[in-house]
Design a protein around this ligand. Structure first.
Ligand code: ZN
Length: 313
């Protein structure tokens, strides 16, 4: 078990970057909470320098890390530029940082770059207080530009993927076991998107990122199949509401077909690296059981209304 400090940049009267009514401090905290949650789920000791909208002085952030004898300090920010077209991710280290810190930063930055939704601006050097005054290896991540509306849309749609990329990168850097968070293979997601497009006319960008639009397309596919197979007469709107839930027929071991395919796609996006082939075998059943156990559902290995709802709502 390692001690990792997750530092949500800014807070309180320090808004950080501002764009319209959007404040960097809020985005940083949302992301920090998800990263911390993933790391804790992987069994690590996590200290957040703030977990609410409060002002924490820069020196205090480093002191929290130094007093805890942390193994790693990760500060989370969003970028800003006068150039509204500036876009992408980058990770800063202190100019005098050693080899270990640089290697850690590269591993985490590469992991974020692999999400593939934003350009990779690479590793940079910055004389920031939190990098200068923290004894543990320290990095400062800028996850997209708050001053770029495209970056903001990507941030909102893929925040869980980026949080998983950051936490899994941290775990890899520290030689810890990867956590249960989602770390999908973009090639598999692309195949799912292509199938949703050809089977249901989903019109998705085949970008390898399972975001809100892809999830909604899975729900539309499910509604289409429930109408086609069971005459459910659902409105095909991509929203998993009570009518869709009521129309679900449980699927279990031995089932095959398009509904199993959609279930597997949702499980894959939830972090289960199973074959997405429309055949409900032992592997799919194990994934369903594990998912049910982790989400407070009845653990029976049968994907019924509650399991579909939890995956797709
Ligand atoms: Zn900032």
């Amino acid at each position: 078990m390692k001690t990792i400090v997750i530092d949500a940049g800014h807070g309180g009267y320090d808004y950080g970057a501002v764009s319209g009514g959007r404040y960097e401090k809020d985005d940083n905290l949302r992301l920090a909470r998800l990263v911390a949650e993933n790391l804790r789920a992987a069994g690590e000791r996590v200290i957040m320098t703030r977990n609410s909208d409060t002002f924490v002085p820069l020196l205090e952030r480093s002191a929290i890390s130094n007093n805890a004898g942390a193994d790693l300090f990760v500060s989370l920010h969003r970028n800003a530029s006068e150039n509204a077209a500036a876009s992408g991710i980058e990770t800063y280290v202190y100019p005098a940082a050693g080899q270990t810190t640089r290697m850690y930063a590269e591993i985490v930055n590469d992991s974020m770059a692999a999400v593939g939704a934003l350009p990779d601006r690479g590793i940079k050097e910055g004389n920031f207080s939190v990098l200068r005054n923290t004894r543990a290896p320290a990095m400062l991540i800028e996850l997209g530009f708050l001053t770029n509306q495209h970056d903001n849309a990507v941030f909102d749609e893929n925040i869980e993927q980026y949080a998983a990329a950051i936490s899994n990168g941290i775990l890899r850097a520290l030689n810890e076991e990867p956590g249960p968070g989602p770390s999908p293979n973009p090639a598999v997601i692309k195949e799912i998107q292509t199938t949703l497009n050809s089977r249901y006319g989903a019109g998705l960008a085949v970008d390898g990122v399972f975001g809100a639009r892809t999830k909604s397309a899975v729900v539309r596919g499910l509604q289409t199949e429930l109408n086609r197979i069971y005459g459910a007469r659902l409105v095909v709107d991509g929203v998993f509401g009570p009518k869709t839930k009521a129309a679900i027929r449980p699927v279990s071991r031995g089932a095959r077909g398009n509904i199993v395919y959609l279930l597997q796609a949702a499980l894959y996006a939830a972090g289960y690296h199973i074959a997405v082939d429309g055949i409900f075998g032992a592997e799919t059943e194990a994934a369903v059981r594990d998912y049910q156990a982790k989400h407070g559902l009845v653990v029976d290995g049968v994907a019924g209304a509650n399991t579909f709802e939890s995956l797709l709502k």
